[in-house]
Design a protein. Structure first.
Length: 163
């Protein structure tokens, strides 16, 4: 178990992307770095120093998925945070953070599945992807991120319809 006190660490500034296809389904990717079981999540990633969150969301989305044919539909009105489980504090995220503070964006993808490239960046985040109903999203995420995902589902539910 980690000896690092989570209270001494900051939250990592991060963005998240809830990507809807034309049918109103949500993109989820299966993470490459999971040792036990499957871990699916929506694209997310860090905000660089001084970077605008909206630009960070579009950059992260393209790096992780190759997806560029999108329209930003909405931005969550507030930031959401989650804490890492105690056993991961001091280990995950290079040991520098207690969790993440995230700004979420809803986006509409106007491309086709062939436009998704999970190897678009030198460090792949996902090994597979699929499109799911919005109510499946919270069941696929690791438990410690579930409340953030439920907040995002509640805010962006109105976009889960055909475009």
């Amino acid at each position: 178990m980690s000896q690092v006190d989570p209270q001494t660490l900051p939250y990592r500034p991060c963005v998240g992307c809830m990507v809807f296809n034309r049918e109103g389904l949500v993109f989820v990717g299966r993470r490459v770095d999971q040792e036990a079981g499957e871990a699916w999540q929506m694209p997310q990633g860090g905000i660089d120093q001084g970077e605008d969150p909206r630009k960070a969301a579009l950059r992260e989305l393209e790096e992780e998925t190759g997806i560029a044919k999108v329209e930003v539909l909405a931005e969550a009105p507030e930031w959401y945070s989650y804490d890492l489980p105690r056993e991961l504090v001091g280990i995950a995220m290079k040991g520098k953070y207690r969790g993440q503070r995230q700004k979420w964006f809803a986006l509409r993808f106007f491309g086709a599945d062939r436009d998704v490239d999970l190897n678009a960046h030198k460090h792949a985040e996902f090994e597979a992807f699929r499109w799911v109903e919005i109510d499946e999203v919270t069941q696929l995420i690791v438990p410690f991120k579930r409340q953030v995902y439920q907040n995002v589902v509640n805010i962006f539910r109105k976009f889960a319809r055909p475009a």
